[in-house]
Design a protein around this ligand. Structure first.
Ligand code: DOR
Ligand code: ZN
Ligand code: ZN
Length: 458
């Protein structure tokens, strides 16, 4: 009796796509299987014999299929900053790097800090994006607007502590407390750039008075203590509420220790670090020069070791690129204080991590946890982040054996520089699918602008 509906389903159903001969990362292991995709979702993961008929059949020839990467820290720019990047070039870079979802930062022109600016940004993005894009908002000037920003679908709030960017006065502990109380019950993280503004300003002013214009002066200014002071200050305010604090690009041993102490005390805290803070040190910055300047900067080796330790112990739950494109001219300003800080990272993250996997320094399980599962879970991104029937069909096909050299001049990003330029890597994304649609095939964009999705978090 029960067999009859099954047989009827098999006979009638033609799904959009069947990928055969895959080695897919499913339920924490790599399995030989086929994937059937229908209407943007993973319809079935099973053996060849259980696959329905499909409009399109693709033989993956035993290549590895991973959940698409979710990069929770990306500056897509556009609007008043299209010279640096726009929604098309930025999401093309994402797709080429195997990243199927990005979360966009609000330090734009205009700053995303109201329901209206957020709505407008989503509308502009809708016509251009190639992957899924969610949006952060800075805190609004008027706390009463917080709810409206959330109803518009912001994935979280960004709080930039290094200088005043959003509507919330970052010098005012009481205002911070009120903002944290407001978002506490709203199920949205507050993602923080934790460098203390007055600590930075004091150190920078001293350097400027001494006519310093060198990388060491920048490093002295952005010292570990600027991160530690900001983290501790925010945690002392946050602990009076139940706000979910997410610390962006954690870069120092003691910054991470302060975060970990907060976590151990039971506070709802998460954090991320970046590939550049894990793989590059001050020596690389000195060798490369101002094009590699970021905030926070690359650190001494002891910090790199502490960050790796944080990953091994699960204190750091996410890796994110902090893709921060700038023009070539902006990276070469005469005065170090005028150099625009930030580097592109969407196209280097996955090859760099796959190289670590090949060398046995990271497992595939770690990679998927740090770049797909945890980001989806921590940012409430619904049915993304793992290959499972019913989930969004966001995935990347990877050639683990492809040896190549990173060539920034070939980036889809408008920012054609990278501190990893010229590095030899092993492992390459070869096909990227977003909601079941092939977006990048062997290094070429094959989808239409606007075919990606806007995430409005409910
Ligand atoms: O290096 C950085 N670049 N750090 C930031 O906090 C901002 C970012 C950017 O927007 O360029
Ligand atoms: Zn930042
Ligand atoms: Zn950033």
């Amino acid at each position: 009796m029960l067999l009859i509906p099954m047989v009827r389903e098999r006979a009638d159903l033609i799904v959009d796509l069947v990928l055969s001969n895959a080695k897919a990362y499913v339920d924490n292991e790599i399995v030989d299987c086929c994937l059937a995709i229908n209407q943007g979702k993973i319809f079935r993961i099973s053996k060849e014999a259980n696959m329905p008929k499909a409009e399109t059949n693709t033989d993956l020839k035993k290549t590895l299929v991973l959940p698409g990467l979710i990069d929770v820290h990306v500056h897509l720019r556009d609007e008043g900053k299209t010279g640096k990047e726009d929604f098309y070039s930025g999401t093309a870079a994402a797709a080429a790097g195997g990243v199927t979802t990005v979360l966009d930062m609000p330090n734009n022109n205009p700053v995303t800090m109201s329901a209206e600016t957020l709505r407008r940004r989503m509308t502009i993005a809708e016509r251009k994006v190639l992957v899924n894009v969610g949006f952060y908002s800075e805190f609004p000037k008027d706390t009463k607007e917080t709810g409206e920003i959330i109803r518009e679908g912001a994935v979280g709030f960004k709080l930039y502590m290094a200088e005043q960017i959003g509507g919330l006065n970052i010098d005012d502990d009481y205002a911070l407390l009120e903002a944290f109380k407001t978002v506490s019950g709203m199920n949205r993280p507050v993602a923080v750039h934790a460098e203390d503004k007055s600590t930075l300003k004091k150190a920078e002013d001293e350097c400027k008075r001494a006519n310093r214009n060198d990388i060491e002066a920048f490093l002295n200014t952005h010292a570990e203590k600027a991160e530690v002071i900001a983290v501790k200050r925010l945690l002392s305010i946050a602990k009076q509420t139940s706000v979910h604090m997410h610390f962006c690009h954690v870069s120092t041993e003691n910054g991470l220790k302060a975060i970990t102490d907060g976590k151990k005390s039971g506070m709802p805290i998460t954090c991320e670090t970046t590939p550049h803070h894990l793989f590059l040190s001050v020596d690389d910055l000195r060798r490369i020069g101002t094009s590699a300047l970021t905030m926070p900067p690359f650190r001494e080796k002891r910090h790199l070791a502490a960050l790796w330790n944080g990953i091994r112990n699960d204190w750091i739950g996410i890796l994110a690129s902090d893709h921060a494109p700038h023009t070539a001219a902006e990276k070469k300003a005469k005065l170090i204080w005028d150099v625009k800080v930030g580097i592109p990272g969407l196209e280097t993250t996955l090859p760099l991590l796959l190289t670590k996997v090949k060398r046995g320094l990271l497992s595939i399980t770690d990679l998927v946890r740090l770049m797909s599962e945890n980001p989806a879970e921590i940012f409430g991104l619904g049915s993304r982040g793992c290959l499972k029937e019913g989930n969004d069909a966001d995935f990347v096909v990877v050639d683990l054996d492809s040896k190549h050299r990173i060539d920034a001049s070939k980036f889809f990003s408008k920012a054609k520089f990278s501190p990893f330029d010229g590095c030899n890597v092993e492992g390459k994304p070869i096909k990227t699918y977003v909601s079941g649609r092939l977006v990048v095939d062997e290094g070429e964009i094959v989808a239409e602008a606007g075919s990606g999705g806007i995430i409005r978090r409910k």
